[in-house]
Design a binder for this molecule. Structure first.
Ligand SMILES: C[S@@+](CC[C@H](N)C(=O)[O-])C[C@H]1O[C@@H](n2cnc3c(N)ncnc32)[C@H](O)[C@@H]1O
Length: 277
């Protein structure tokens, strides 16, 4: 009779030590400002185990040596990829887009629009910006549009550039919008149309390092990103957004994020929506 032997992947049963968690925490904080709180050990362990499995490594020490010896730096970036939280969706926090359409876009008639989605994840946010502009174009004929979409994670940017989403991911949008802006791509996948993708430039940018950006934006969205940073980092980034916005330009944060009320740079005009003073 055959005996069933359970196959074990090299990475199963490996525990992340508290000292290893602290080390990762410090490295990630110094690199991209993400503040991984105590109590996130299990989450970090599970995410790192994905890399160990992929590389066929048997311990976290081996993995850390692998990163140190990888002079290309590629594995360090994969570590950043797995440790970032990329949850997003089309028309997420929809009130922002309704507000923009109603109160901001009318002022853009006859102008060129520059909009930055900072921390764009897999592309749903900048695609929503583009669709909002296209839907408004009949009434508010803007002359040209540039949507800059940046993120620190190479993996999400790769997905964003492909612009292919499962039906589950596009399911929250009304059918007429899906039919107009997405083409069926596979059995259960849809690709965003070229007209939309052409409006967006994707790039890798670490918000906590110097930004190689010029020119003024009318709109900046940095939603559900600042929540991972400490107060000091948030303040520094908000001040840099201020410099990059045109006078009277707009900044949108996630609905659970805010600029401290004692700030003199921005006026709070709607929930998590600010105008440069
Ligand atoms: C939760 S997602 C939010 C996506 C989108 N803005 C939304 O609200 O749906 C946060 C994104 O911020 C990115 N991120 C985290 N730290 C960053 C940093 N230092 N620089 C740039 N992007 C960062 C992550 O990679 C992730 O894709």
């Amino acid at each position: 009779m055959k005996t069933l032997t359970k196959t074990r992947s090299p990475a199963s049963g490996i525990k992340l030590k508290t000292s290893q968690f602290q080390m990762i925490r410090e490295v990630i904080y110094n690199y991209c400002g993400i503040n991984m709180h105590e109590g996130k050990e299990a989450l970090v362990q599970n995410r790192l185990l994905k890399r160990l499995r992929k590389l066929g490594l048997g311990s976290f020490d081996e993995y850390f040596s692998f990163i140190e010896n990888d002079k290309s730096g590629a594995e360090f970036l994969s570590l950043v990829d797995v440790l970032t939280t990329n949850k997003t969706s089309f028309f997420r926090e929809r009130k922002h887009f309704d507000f923009i359409e109603r109160n901001i876009l009318p002022g853009m008639a006859g102008r060129s629009v520059k909009w930055w989605s900072a921390g764009c994840s897999t592309g749903q946010e900048p695609i929503t910006c583009a669709i909002t502009l296209l839907e408004a174009q009949q009434r508010i004929p803007w002359t040209s549009v540039k949507i800059l979409a940046t993120d620190i994670s190479r993996e999400v940017l790769h997905t964003a550039k492909q612009g292919v989403y499962t039906s589950h991911k596009i399911g929250d949008m009304p059918a007429p919008i899906v039919n107009k802006y997405f083409n069926q791509w596979g059995a259960d996948e849809y690709q965003v149309v070229e007209e939309v993708q052409k409006m967006i430039t994707y790039g890798r940018l670490n918000l906590t390092k110097p930004w190689p950006l010029k020119g003024k934006f009318q709109l900046i969205m940095c939603r559900n990103v600042m929540i991972y940073f400490n107060r000091e980092t948030q303040k520094e980034i908000v001040a840099k957004f201020y410099d990059l916005l045109e006078p009277g330009g707009y900044l949108f944060l996630g609905h659970s994020e805010s600029i401290p009320s004692d700030n003199k740079l921005f006026k709070n005009i709607a929930p998590a929506s600010y105008q440069k003073q």
